[in-house]
Design a protein around this ligand. Structure first.
Ligand code: C2E
Ligand code: CA
Ligand code: CA
Length: 768
């Protein structure tokens, strides 16, 4: 959490830099010249002869005023000009006050008289306008409302007020009684204190501490000291020469002028994004001193009566409150930062739904209650079907839109006590507690599926997406992670059963998953270890029984597991991508084998072909075309002797990529065969769009032919269609003479099946 407490610093220069007007030319030159001029004047003020001092003072004040106005009108960004203009106005008012003091007889009398209040009629508003200028700078700068700079500044102000009171005001009043004129004069340091507080805030608030800021701070401090000395002199408490005080005032003016001219003055009115939350060591020490000094002095310095005591006590209390306030603030923002951090850790940033962490916590928390109250905790693990396709097709932004829309719908159909979470890319989980055996979860799963029937309205139009749901339940005591995993497993079963469905978890699924994982582990490296081999099954001319070619079928012999059926390992090889390498290996193996057979064949015999299965994963892999081209070149085999078997459903999965690859393969001259024909969902409509030469009629149709079943109609229709399109047909799984005879009768050219031979190693065919 510590990082959340550190000053928050978003990527460089916020807001600033975005289309900021360029600085007027020569800004730096103007600033430097002003600084040089000021230095000369300061030298004259301190060391020059009396008449020169007066002139230098006047020049300094006029120069400073022009500088402020120049800065306000030229250097400041027009939108941020106002505080600077106010400073210029304040300067004019101060100037008016000075002129009055010089012109009105008795205005600069010391001790003061009623006449000496005249200049104050200008000077006091001057201070107010100045204060207003600082306050509006602060407002523009402040990053957040809970910036502790305010309470820190209050502390500085209270401490300054304490000093002013104890050393100047209280002795003054004590000496002269309550004389309204003097009290009015004693007010200046108070105004100064307010100004100091504002400037302190500018300094204490986080953000850029630029030269302009330091110049303003220095100017205010000089003014504060000047006013203090003036008071002391006025009240005959200290014998300060008037020239020294005037020098301080002129210096303050020059510093303000320089601050307004410096290019960094713009940063004073720009929002600063850094909030000081930490009580760093330097700040701690400063605060401690600010509090300690007045408190010690209250006890050490002699009191001047009840009023003095009351004022001092009040200021001390004020300071202590400021410190308390500061600590509370600091703590508050720590707590806020922590709770924001906690929300980030437990919620998904995109949908703002609870995440896996919070889900686990909730399940654990529900666990005990469920046991006591005979309740059941159910999880619905919801995974969007083919979400990747949406992301790939329309981009991630649309994917995100969909996820948010799904989050909204799920949230709308659950009860307020249920928890909807997003625990991964397109994976959502609904957790619910319900009375045991109530089937609440199943009915909710059905409702979720129904919700997905309505299209989602996204920026690219309406999009229909289905979901697969796994449901797992426990009557308490189950580990959260285990329950999530079980629901996940059930979801895979739902996907396997054709998607857009829900499946209930049962423990046999766990075994299935375990077996599958073991198999997957075993399959890795099977090719390198030489556990894979090719078998060949004859494809014959049904009418004559003459051999036409072979289909290559992959086999896996594991040292411990024994022979693993391709029906089990091929899907795993496809999912893991292992099929790409193994398939390429088998393809090369088959073509080389066929070339060898063809070379050894007696002259005049029918030229054989080899038919190799190709999975979707291979079609999607760019390497396939190259492998085919290379192996044909190596062996010199005519391309039409190589058939590649593809399944329709595989092609449909990613039509665009598959079509592109199929066209390239077709261009090489190899023959494409549609495998398992009739089991796909769009057989007929796509048949003439694919560059196909052969149709392999699925075994499920062939098994019942010759007995008068309805499948005979389908087979007749397929044969008619293939004839019309000029395609050759291979009937798969021919096991009996009856089947063969019926097929021949219907004009089916080719067949494959146990009747003609089982898949065997190549060596088994050497003699035949
Ligand atoms: P498939 O491509 O439809 O292959 C035909 C399957 O039917 C083979 O099963 C074959 O042994 C079996 N079969 C052949 N004649 C008969 C018969 O008369 N009766 C019966 N009941 N079955 C017969 P196998 O070898 O177990 O292969 C199963 C599936 O595994 C294949 O179905 C194919 O989809 C996949 N497969 C096999 N080898 C490969 C391969 O190298 N690459 C890819 N991608 N898939 C392969
Ligand atoms: Ca096949
Ligand atoms: Ca087949």
């Amino acid at each position: 959490m510590t990082s959340a407490l550190a000053p928050e610093r978003p990527p460089a220069a916020p807001a600033a830099g975005v289309a900021r007007a360029p600085l007027p030319p020569y800004t730096t030159v103007v600033f430097r010249s002003f600084l040089a001029g000021s230095a000369v004047l300061a030298g004259l003020l301190v060391a020059g002869p009396a008449p020169v001092q007066d002139l230098a003072g006047l020049a300094g004040i006029l120069g400073a005023l022009s500088a402020v106005w120049y800065g306000a009108l030229r250097v400041a960004v027009p939108a941020d000009r106002r505080p600077w203009v106010h400073m210029g106005v304040a300067g004019l008012l101060f100037l008016a006050g000075m002129v009055m003091r010089a012109v009105v007889p008795g205005a600069s009398d010391s001790p003061p008289t009623l006449q000496s209040l005249w200049p104050d009629a200008f000077v006091v508003p001057g201070y107010l306008v100045m204060g207003y200028a600082f306050a509006s700078m602060l407002r523009r700068r402040r990053a957040a409302d809970d910036d502790p700079a305010r309470s820190d500044a209050l502390l500085v102000g209270a401490a300054a007020a304490f000093m002013a009171w104890t050393f100047v005001m209280s002795p003054t009043i004590d000496q002269s009684g309550i004389d309204p004129i003097r009290v009015a004069n004693a007010f200046f340091p108070v105004i100064d204190v307010v100004l100091m507080m504002l400037v302190a805030q500018l300094a204490l608030a986080g953000g850029a501490r630029t030269p302009a800021l330091w110049l303003l701070i220095a100017g205010s401090t000089a003014m504060f000291i000047g006013d203090l000395l003036f008071m002391l002199r006025d009240n005959e408490l200290a014998n300060v020469p008037l020239t020294a005080i005037n020098t301080l005032f002129t210096g303050a003016f020059l510093l303000f002028g320089a601050g307004t001219l410096h290019p960094s003055m713009r940063t004073l009115t720009e929002p600063q994004q850094v909030i000081v939350r930490v009580l760093g060591m330097p700040r701690m020490i400063t605060i401690a001193l600010l509090v300690a000094v007045p408190v010690v002095m209250t006890t050490v310095q002699t009191m001047h009566g009840v009023v003095d005591g009351a004022v001092r006590a009040t200021l001390c209390v004020l300071m202590i409150m400021a410190v308390l306030f500061r600590v509370v603030r600091s703590n508050d923002s720590r707590a806020r930062a922590e709770s924001a951090g906690r929300r980030r850790a437990t919620h998904d940033a995109l949908t703002d739904l609870p995440n896996r962490e919070l889900l686990s916590e909730t399940i654990t928390a529900w666990g005990d209650r469920a046991r006591d109250q005979q309740q059941e905790i159910s999880l619905l693990f919801i995974d969007l079907d083919r979400f990747k396709m949406i992301n790939d097709h329309w981009g991630h932004q649309v994917g995100d839109e969909l996820l948010c829309a799904v989050a909204g719908r799920l949230g709308a159909i659950v009860r307020s006590t249920d928890l909807v979470c997003r625990i991964g890319g397109d994976e959502f989980v609904i957790a619910l507690a319900s009375p045991s055996h109530s089937a609440t979860a199943e009915s909710l799963a059905a409702r979720v599926l129904a919700e997905f029937e309505r299209p989602f309205e996204l920026s690219v139009g309406s999009v229909v997406v289905s979901a697969s749901i796994g449901v797992a339940k426990t009557t308490g005591g189950a580990e959260a992670l285990e329950l999530i995993r079980d629901a996940d497993t059930a979801m895979y079963k739902a996907k396997g059963s054709g998607r857009n469905a829900y499946a209930l978890f049962d423990s046999s699924l766990r075994d299935e998953v375990r077996d599958r994982l073991l198999l997957e582990q075993a399959l890795r490296g099977a090719l390198e270890r030489g556990e894979l081999y090719a078998t060949y099954q004859p494809i014959v001319d049904l009418a004559t029984g003459e051999r036409e070619g072979f289909e290559t079928l992959m086999r896996w012999e594991h040292p411990e597991l024994g022979a693993v059926s391709p029906l089990r390992f091929i899907p795993i090889a496809e999912e893991t991508g292992l099929i790409v390498e193994a398939g390429a290996w088998l393809l090369r193996e088959s073509v080389h084998q066929l070339a060898a057979w063809r070379a050894a064949a007696a002259p005049g015999t029918r030229p054989l072909h080899v038919s190799v299965n190709v999975s979707v994963r291979q079609l999607r892999d760019k390497a396939l075309v190259g492998v085919v081209r290379d192996v044909l070149a190596e062996t010199g085999l005519p391309p039409e002797a190589l058939w590649l078997e593809i399944t329709e459903s595989g092609v449909m999965e990613d039509l665009a990529t598959a079509l592109a690859t199929l066209d390239e393969l077709h261009a090489l001259g190899v023959v494409m065969a549609v495998d398992d024909f009739g089991t796909g969902y769009s057989s007929l409509s796509y048949l003439n769009r694919l560059p196909v030469g052969v149709v392999k009629l699925d075994r499920s149709f062939v098994s019942s032919v010759g007995t008068g079943g309805t499948d005979e109609q389908i087979v007749r229709a397929v044969l008619a269609l293939a004839g019309a399109l000029g395609l050759r047909v291979v009937a798969e799984g021919v096991e009996t003479d009856l089947q063969r005879d019926w097929l021949v009768e219907q004009g089916c050219e080719l067949g494959q099946g146990w009747l003609f031979g089982k898949p065997l190693r190549a060596s088994a065919f050497i003699t035949s």
